[in-house]
Ligand binder design. Structure first.
Ligand SMILES: C[S@@+](CC[C@H](N)C(=O)[O-])C[C@H]1O[C@@H](n2cnc3c(N)ncnc32)[C@H](O)[C@@H]1O
Length: 190
């Protein structure tokens, strides 16, 4: 997350945790755009009165960071995003799409970055959830086992013309407890 840098940042599938992410960025951006298909996540970020959310909002205001929250499908082109971002990142999002959708998404990310932009993907795999819990998450479009292998995702990133700057895979020792077997990351440059 410290590799996230620049003035304008895009978070794909931001979920309800967007404000937490910002404290880990490598620098304080001017603007962060969060997009998620689930309106409940966006409404939560906009309207929650949970003390932690209010505190995060105050920090953002004090640092004059503009936040734009959008309900939308990241698989659909947003023309206004083209060449706009210094970093595009996604946590727990990219790895859940089937190959054809993932290819499309990677091409869109490439388009959205400015010429020296960075793309960060952090993901997890080897799901250990019970069938019931997995189905629940799948219904919410929160997670899917349909995505390609880590190796294949790396290949698709390279095929999109990105250069992989860093790639790490963490083998979770207590996967039954943690509910995921591997956490991995790709940092790629346009
Ligand atoms: C595992 S959650 C990760 C949320 C957040 N990034 C985090 O780290 O907590 C996956 C997120 O992707 C969102 N999502 C799934 N499909 C999407 C799509 N096609 N367009 C936009 N968001 C999507 C879900 O609504 C959910 O918030």
């Amino acid at each position: 997350m410290k590799k996230i840098r620049g003035q304008k940042i895009l978070c794909l599938g931001c979920g309800p945790n967007l404000y937490d992410d910002i404290q880990f960025f490598g620098n304080i951006p001017k603007e962060i755009v969060g997009i998620d298909i689930n309106k409940n996540n966006i409404n939560f970020l906009k309207k929650s009165t949970h003390p932690n959310i209010l505190k995060s909002k105050r920090v953002l205001e004090n640092k004059k960071i503009k936040v734009k929250l959008i309900v939308g499908d990241i698989l659909k082109l947003k023309r206004e995003f083209i060449n706009q971002f210094d970093t595009v990142y996604a946590i727990g999002v990219v790895g859940m799409f089937r190959e054809n959708k993932l290819k499309k998404l990677l091409n869109l990310i490439y388009l959205y970055l400015n010429p020296s932009g960075l793309f960060l993907d952090v993901d997890w795999t080897e799901c250990q959830l019970s069938d019931e819990k997995y189905k629940e998450r799948q219904n919410f479009e929160w997670y899917s086992k349909d995505g390609p292998t880590i190796k294949k995702i790396g290949k698709l990133i390279v095929q999109t013309n990105f250069k992989i700057a860093k790639h790490l895979v963490y083998n979770v020792p207590n996967k039954k407890e943690y509910l995921w077997g591997k956490i991995y990351g790709f940092l790629a440059k346009k």
